[in-house]
Design a protein around this ligand. Sequence first.
Ligand code: GLN
Length: 537
Amino acid sequence: MSKTKYIFVTGGVTSSLGKGIIAASLAKLLQERGYTVTIQKLDPYINIDPGTLNPYEHGECFVTDDGAETDLDLGHYERFLNTPTSQANNVTTGRIYQAVINKERKGEFLGKTVQVIPHITDEIKNRIQLLGKTNKYDIVITEIGGTVGDIESLPYVEAVRQLKWELGNENALVIHLTLVPYLAAAGELKTKPTQHSVKMLMQSGVAPDILVCRTERHINDNIKAKLALFCNVNTESIIESIDAETIYDVPNLMLKEQLDVVVLKKLALPTDIKPSLTEWNNFLDKHKNPKNTIEIGLIGKYVELHDAYKSITEAFIHAGASNETKVKVRWIHSESLAVENVPEKLNGLNGILVAPGFGGRGIEGKIDAVRFARENKIPFLGICLGMQMAVIEFSRNVLNLSNANSIEMDEKTPHAVINLMETQKNIINKGGTMRLGAWNCKLEKDSKAHAIYNKELISERHRHRYEFNNEYLEQLTNAGMLATGTNPKTGLVEIIELQNHPWFVGVQYHPEYKSTVLNPHPLFIDFIKACLTYSKK
Ligand code: GLN
């Protein structure tokens, strides 16, 4: 196909309706029909990227192969589509303004007054079409963050208005995701909030082509007729999106509602190949009918907000299904742990995962949890900071290096077993300056890691400033903590394993970012297998 078509997804009434899941589910159906699709997220906030955001703000920061720190919705896109995203898939207002201001400083506007329209909207339109211009995609889906009516999202809605006009009806369409609430007292579904949000969109000159209505109850024909009348949308284009048991049900629900057919017809694209969702439904079947249940403790300091660990919990779901096992997560706040209460708080767990993180808050609790897993031979997976904590714990309690620590937590530690990377030493800016994205790692033959990946060279995604201090490698190795994966160019230790333990692995990288429905991550698969074995003891 020669020309890329564009689908815009806007949100109305309230945030958190699940635009990302609807976009990903539609993309999945289009992909199953043989189209190449990618999804992009436009975030109206001023940060250049979410890398500098506290996870409590918007949840996890997702990292792409090309080292972009992005919104967690990109994780959903990758997990549903099984294809990688990139920097171009996430754009923020900060990035847009930065680009425009840089051009202004270079004099590229030739003396013109630089304005929201046309300069900011032109930059937004460029970013939207960047993915289309790669000629890799038949369809680009662009999700506009926030809710229509927000001051911050106005330039984005305006850019959509312009693009829709420029590209023409068969090349661009707008899906508006809205809420149809059920009022228990009245015993009725209410359409008014949707009417208002469509009106708001129309005030900006954008008429939605399709309404996807989030609801707790089925939407009957009367409601559809009412919405059609008030919102200028034909009834076939009013799609019910009822609450689902799991987000992974949504592609099937959208298939039943024929969202994909409505979209393709409006874009004048053939509908002859039908989506099969065979592999997808295989996964769903295993996910919904587990033969076993295990419980894993997730030790982190942002556990109040589960979205802060989104990719990890989704990786549990993918790898759990492939083990036909339900993974229950016990959320444990690292700040609530102390040597005295660890046996009680971690009692009965079949596995322990110490999560990524930054800064000193709660790290002693993480170290106590590592010790408990090591001494009691409970399967352990440490990710990024979790791996660093495992090195510190071993140094303190096995090598007896008192006060061993990471330079991040204690600049004056006598034993900096985790050190600031050489390449980080002269860096002052915080944004986008960590060791980010995909790096190669060479695995030691005969290691657990090698057996798990079943190959010698792997590539995984990173997000860190500190590293294993190779000055302690020999001592640690002699005592039984082995470095089984290293960066082939720099020698940076990427994986540690314990010799006298059934399953104790720490990884400097983030395997969770690469787990998808169709490609559960091997490390998570094996970790869950080990937890299962342990649970049967
Ligand atoms: N704070 C640690 C570092 O920067 C770990 C980072 C992480 O867990 N992602 O090295």
